[in-house]
Write a protein that binds this ligand. Sequence first.
Ligand code: ADP
Length: 461
Amino acid sequence: MRLTLLYVSLLAAVLLLYAATTSAFFLHNLREQLDLSLDRDIETVEGSITLTPDGHVRLDSRDGEANETEAPPGYWLEVWSLGKVVYRGPQPNGQVLGSAPGPSEGTQIYRSTKLVKGTRVRIVSRVHRLENGPMVVRLAVSEEPLWHEFWEMVSTLAVGLPIAGIIAGVTGFVVARRALRPLGSMARRAEQISAERLNERLAIENPDDELGQLGRVFNTTLARLERSFEQLRRFTADASHELRTPLTAIRIVGEVALQKPGDAGYLRDVIGSMLEEANRLTHLVDSLLTMSRADAGRIALQQGEVAVLDLAKESAALLEVLAEEKDQTVRVEGDASIAIRGDRLILRQALVNLIDNAVKYSPRHGSIVVRVGAKSGYALVEVQDSGSGIPPEHRSKVFERFYRVDKARSREQGGTGLGLSIAEWAVGAHGGSIELECEPGPGCTFTMRLPMLGSAELANT
Ligand code: ADP
């Protein structure tokens, strides 16, 4: 309705302007035609003005006879000399033309005026030279037929304009309603789509028009929302499941121990395995906390210069005991001069997760190599293990939360399924990435790529 009102008001304003211009132009045209015919008439009149021997002005009729009263019918005619009327023809309706300033020689002036009784006339005056000097000839004609024609046109417009306005209003209203109807149904449909029905989409009639584009954007947002909800649901379900497993283990071990009378050695074993599960729980809860804080963007990076080889050595040292338990060798090598800018603790966490996996998934007596290098502005940290590798179909998924190739094995090794997700987030937060390569043969190589000092701009682009 508002759209229609606005549209009709605008249209009315434009039409009024158009009508006013047209009317003014029409009036001007009518006057021009009148002036043209006055021009012709005044020339005829001038041709018939003669001077009597006693100096009086008179008008000759076409047949040459003097006729003092002859002037075109319906016309006013006056001849002025030295500011006085020397000839006055008939005055229709008994109205006299008022006096007016005469034109200078060689020019003629046109004027519209209202006579005393209200008749509107058009007067043309020009200088006409006779033997005894210049005279001003004034010829006038009533403008009433012209105004009549003009008002006829104005009244036609006055009737036509409201009709045009009504037609435009009704058409505009119908068109606006039709154009906006899909918006209404889209809104109703969107209202029906709730968190439980996020898989539903808006129907799009024409994907190329504005409404279609709006619908597409809305559907894309819905798809994103659905994915996020799904991820959240999966994450919550997985997290609950992961938390329940060690809790169940603790409960069962405790219940069994309570039912069985046992010696101190047995109870120590029970407490040991309960603590092991509790440790696993702590590790899991820590990882979950890190993930949720990372998701919320609440981890502020403590930026500083980090020497990458030092970082690699420090991380490997933290896992030395684990590797020794499996008689594995961990070798750290590379260029000591390579430095990056970042949060040392967070980057160490990422690298520890990679080396921890390498240790966990490499067999006894295996070897792990951590290599530090640089390539095209990026520091590279490769963690190469000698484990069983990751089958190709799992490679793209291992960075997903709680994804494990072999659940039982991972759990047995104390894995939470979050190590690689955390590492990927940590490296991503520094403008880098992690790549996984499993050459044919044993083992995998996880490579961390981090923008080197001085090339931070490169990473941001
Ligand atoms: P987890 O705590 O289970 O190790 P991660 O997120 O660190 O969780 O790793 C996800 C899964 O990827 C692991 O469960 C394992 O199946 C696989 N994986 C990770 N690193 C390696 C590796 N170096 N060798 C073989 N498999 C690996």
